[in-house]
Design a protein around this ligand. Structure first.
Ligand code: NAD
Length: 378
């Protein structure tokens, strides 16, 4: 059976869904792997690197012969036309709010898997694309903030005088926020952080940062069984805003990462809070693609406010460290695909009762099958 790895059609997507390591392993599972010419170039992987581990270099039309397509982004309608009905397509499908695109995949007859729905259980940790990519995004957010900031981050005591340490506030301490804390600490900043999940408090402390939050009764209940944040009440948000407003005015850099699954990102930083910061301060909004945590943030732009504060709204931040991001992403996909291959026959054998398959399968045999989208499609 054949696997096809295309070059991403979205010009702003530098990542690729296979690495030399995973191609080698996929071949070991019994697959013929065809990689589209140039697919890895933006992640510093050459066609020769793939060929050296047994891949064939092909062109877009080779998708027609593939039983499995490994991608970063959801396939476009044009791409879907080139796929074989029944092919398994594995990618970050971003299906919320994209019902038409989900319906297109059903119509194309492909079995589409949305990697971001992988359950966060021990067995699936190695397949967790949200974590592998958010970790790098959290790191890169601090690097981007440092690049925009016109002062040094660590305290420096020199013969010519002392540079004070930068104060960095991280809002939302999931995977990205925790890595942002660790990175900011490595660069010598004084770091504080906030989250609505009580479990975050200990994690923040263990990284040597200070936790800032309104810790009332609602806060104590703010985590779902799945470990995600709940949308907080208007009252809580108001109390939290008052506390953070006072804190943000004293910060040099604010990095926001707050997300609620399936909902728009919570608005945590108002224009007034941005205006309260000193000229030269920097905000990085990692949630900008999901509506943004910071008022005034614009996707794909660095906005400078009237008072000289920069709001960084880069999109696809993991893609800004594409070579690292692709290696981890490719490994996530490989680990998942491996669970769907019969080791004896060396054929794809998708077990539709497996919990990982059930959680991630969006479309199958012409239908939208995922419970979160099936109703809209019917
Ligand atoms: P996420 O990307 O969904 O959200 C980022 C953070 O924003 C979360 O910590 C969330 O609590 C926070 N947030 C939401 N609303 C907020 C608000 N109003 N103010 C402040 N913060 C707010 O989160 P994530 O990085 O995907 O992590 C979610 C959870 O999953 C965490 O508990 C994490 O430790 C856990 N996790 C578990 C595994 C695993 O067991 N395999 C892997 C990764 C993450």
């Amino acid at each position: 059976q054949t696997i096809f790895v295309p070059k991403e059609v979205d010009a702003s997507e530098p990542r690729v869904a296979a690495s030399p390591e995973t191609v080698k392993r996929l071949a070991g599972l019994g697959f013929d792997v065809v990689v589209e010419a140039g697919a890895g170039l933006n992640s510093r992987i050459t066609d020769a690197d793939y060929q050296a581990v047994g891949a064939k270099i092909g062109k877009v039309s080779d998708a027609a012969g593939a039983d499995v397509v490994l991608k970063v982004r959801r396939p476009t309608d044009a791409e879907l036309k080139g796929y074989k009905p029944g092919a398994a397509v594995i990618a970050i499908m971003d299906p919320y709010g994209n019902d038409a695109a989900v319906a297109s995949m059903a119509r194309a007859g492909v079995t589409a898997f949305s990697m971001e729905f992988m359950p966060r259980i021990t067995r699936a940790q190695v397949m967790d694309v949200l974590s592998s990519q958010a970790n790098l995004a959290g790191y890169q957010a601090v690097i981007d903030a440092a690049a925009e900031y016109d002062r040094a981050l660590p305290m420096m005591m020199t013969a010519a005088g002392t540079v004070p340490a930068a104060k960095i506030f991280i809002m939302g301490v999931g995977v990205a926020g925790l890595q942002a804390i660790a990175t900011a600490r490595r660069l010598g900043a004084v770091v504080t952080a906030t989250d609505v999940r009580p479990a975050a408090k200990e994690q923040v402390a263990s990284l040597g940062a200070k936790f800032i939050a309104v810790e009332d009764e609602e806060f104590k209940q703010a985590e779902t069984a799945g470990g995600y944040a709940k949308e907080m009440s208007k009252e809580y948000q108001a109390k939290q805003a008052a506390l953070t407003a006072e804190h943000i005015a004293k910060q040099d850099i604010v990095i926001t990462t707050a997300l609620i699954p399936g909902r728009p990102a919570p608005r945590l930083v108002s224009a007034a809070m941005v205006a309260s910061m000193k000229p030269g301060s920097v905000l990085v909004d990692l949630a900008v693609e999901r509506g943004g945590n910071v008022e005034g943030a614009e996707a794909g732009k660095v906005v400078t406010t009237a008072n000289g504060v920069r709001i960084v709204g880069h999109v696809n931040v993991a893609g800004r460290v594409a070579a690292s991001a692709s290696l981890l992403y490719a490994k996530n996909l490989y680990a998942f695909l491996e669970t769907m291959v019969d080791k004896e026959t060396k054929q794809l054998a998708i077990n539709r009762d497996d919990e990982l398959v059930k959680a991630t399968m969006l479309t199958d045999a012409g239908k939208v099958v995922h419970p979160a989208f099936a109703e809209a499609a019917a």
